[in-house]
Design a protein around this ligand. Sequence first.
Ligand code: GLV
Ligand code: MN
Ligand code: MN
Length: 437
Amino acid sequence: MPNALAANDRPAAPPFTARMTSPPPDQPASAASEAVGDAVADRLSALARFTDEPGRLTRLYLGPAHRAAADEVVRWMREAGMSALIDAAANVVGRYEGAAPDAPAFLLGSHIDSVRDAGRFDGPLGVLAAIAAVGDLARRGRRRPFAIEVVAFGDEEGIRFPTTLTGSMALAGRFDPRCLDDVDADGISHRDALIAFGCDPAGIPALARTGGRALAYLEAHIEQGPVLERRHLPLGIVSAINGVSRGAVEVTGGAGHAGTVPMDHRKDALAGAAEMVLAVEKAARSGVVATVGQLVVPEGAVNTVPGRVRFTYDVRSADDTRRRAAVAAVHENVAAIAARRGLAAAISRGHEGDAVPADARLSEVLARAVTRQGIEPLRLPSGAGHDAMAFHRVLPLAMLFVRCRGGISHNPAEFASPADIGFAVRTLIDVLETYEP
Ligand code: GLV
Ligand code: MN
Ligand code: MN
């Protein structure tokens, strides 16, 4: 596996400050947390070596780097005192038994797939912080009345297939087997990719943590936004996760010679798509964000009028009605632009997820744990999507946000300090110690 990032090239700790409600008496909390967070930060650097692209971190769902990273996570889970395996949906699952065997599980999770040219914290931070928290319980021989399962999901970014969150959906009992027929950009089906990874898709229905097998789901994740940094807070508690609609548009015109086809005879798919991209941008309004993150001209050449273009859209909001209205406006405008320009535009809908509120009781347990770290328990919404969404109406869910530098994410400059990661680990330990089913 090519080395994208050396284990020790982690940036120096930034000059973060923490607004504390009550610093512990013996030593500054940030120093104690930094020691806890250092070990996790080292593992984040180690995991970042597993990449599909030399020189930068790209770990796509079910790719070779995902497989190698999953094997490493299995090793770390076992080292922390858990039994561990890779399940039929390519989730890495570590289990730490409760006081009695086969007790229902408290789930802690996040993901280990990444976007292209990613940072090392989006996803892995939640997985590795959870492993560290369980490792702490195991070292102390502490057992709770419930089991604890740590899950490293593999399909959170949703950039390989049209669907996403399929690993977490499997655990939530909401896996839609039709997604197995989806194909990636190379024509490889989701089913074949799972099988090549070593998974048996027939085993997916049995993964559901429904029917009393699980109690709750908690995810730690970097904030991916600037709120905590501005408020000088290392941690925050997610109030709700914004809903999302994704889709793709295939625009077909007529390819032609760039030198000979007169302008008024053209059916230029790219010029039409350019107007459509602006229509997506215009569909954003107060409380709604709308993005075209990918646009390809498959047969594009400098001397050819583009005949075919494909682009994606991603529309998000905390308000499902507004999100749906914005998507409807995108679809109407795409059709109108295509009709006016004599183009064909085929829209295929992708991942759809409504806004998801966090569970009030579990969030309160989390807020108390944050407060016990001496940190003001700020509640804030999540603009990004997370595996936690899959458990909506299935399990009580909550999320812990960790401050990240400049709010930067989906970017190699992504950074969370060891001290803040340490606060997150200590908070997870506190929740595991104080949660009552
Ligand atoms: C994941 O990062 C998403 O919100 O798209
Ligand atoms: Mn993420
Ligand atoms: Mn992400």
